[in-house]
Design a protein around this ligand. Structure first.
Ligand code: GYE
Length: 323
């Protein structure tokens, strides 16, 4: 009997030596498996946000499952359900609109998977359905746009400024809060008159269509264009020029995001003001997700620092924007 045991032990040892290893080397477990549903690729902001999240996942050693919803809420809901089935450690997503998430977030809660909101937020009856929201203070962005316009009115010595607004995706957080912050800021000033708000869905093509509609309706009466993102602004600019008006001179152009392409146009004077909305949220997301995995507390709301770029600034030394 003893000889037999010795034989098998020797055989196992030789097998191990032949395969050059003992127990198979296990690949190191990733520190965290993160499921992320991105809403689409509609703008430079969104593309920069997606890229930054991917890059930061690699930098933090996080195993990232990324899904692109192509602007459809149902695709985001389906992606979240796949993350639940896969039993990821943390779910994160950028909700395209604020409503309609309670059921799928309740499923994530039932599965014991924490949820972090990125960029935008949701309206929900149960605040426990998500742990944290990482994204801009959109109301403040609207306020900063309004504050710029009040100062511009003083500088121009205008008695009246007729404003048109091109808004982002209906019922999205940035659309609602940028509108509210801007209107609240100019509401008390008798010089300000809002002619109309139209929805451009954050898309360059729709920005052009909206601007054409507004020019057909109001023509040279328009003194100010307040656009909720650079894509729609850059769609509107050639339409304004083709109609015979000089953007940045005949019409004050105010935009939001601050990607490289728009900043370069600001430097030419065709845009007067850009409120920054940074897409670089990847490191904040990874740190929050890793903290959640480690059982550490995370802040309920995490706002990145943001600034305003305008025709009053010297932008010659501004570093590349990265999106
Ligand atoms: O301003 C726009 C993108 O949610 C803040 O969505 C983001 C907005 C951003 O389409 O460019």
């Amino acid at each position: 009997m003893r000889k037999r045991i010795c034989f098998w032990l020797l055989a196992a040892l030789c097998a191990g030596l032949l395969t050059g290893c003992g127990a198979p080397e296990k690949a190191p477990e990733p520190s965290l498996v993160l499921g992320f549903s991105q809403l689409g690729s509609e703008s430079s902001f969104r593309i920069g946000n997606t890229r930054d999240i991917s890059e930061q996942a690699k930098a933090y050693g996080v195993s990232l499952m990324m899904d692109d919803a192509n602007q459809k809420q149902e695709n985001q809901i389906n992606a979240i359900r796949r993350f639940i089935a896969y039993r990821v450690d943390v779910i994160a997503f950028s909700p395209i609109v604020e409503e309609g998430w309670d059921n799928v977030l309740a499923e994530a809660k039932q599965a014991g998977i924490p949820v972090i909101l990125v960029d935008r937020t949701v309206q929900t009856a149960d605040p426990d359905l998500y742990l944290s929201q990482i994204g801009a203070d959109f109301y403040r962005e609207g306020v900063m746009a309004g504050e710029y316009l009040l100062k511009k009115a003083d500088a121009l010595g205008k008695e009246r400024l007729r404003i048109v607004e091109i808004t982002g995706t209906e019922n999205s957080t940035p659309m609602k809060q940028r509108h509210e912050g801007f209107m609240d800021t100019i509401a008390g000033d008798p010089r300000m008159e809002v002619l109309e708000s139209v929805n451009g869905d954050f898309l360059r093509s729709r920005g052009a269509e909206c601007m054409q509609y507004l020019l057909d309706r109001y023509g040279g009466d328009i003194d100010v264009v307040f656009s909720h993102n650079d894509e729609m602004t850059m769609g509107a600019l050639p339409v304004i020029s083709r109609a015979g008006y000089r953007p940045g001179q005949d019409m004050v152009i105010i935009s939001i995001d601050g990607g490289q392409e728009a900043i370069d146009i600001l430097k030419t004077g065709e845009i007067n003001c850009i409120v920054e909305c940074t897409p670089m949220l990847g490191s904040l997301l990874m740190e929050a997700a890793l903290a959640v995995k480690a059982g550490q507390p995370v802040d309920r709301v995490i706002h990145p620092a943001e600034r305003v770029f305008s025709d009053e600034d010297d932008l010659s030394a501004l570093p590349p924007r990265g999106y």
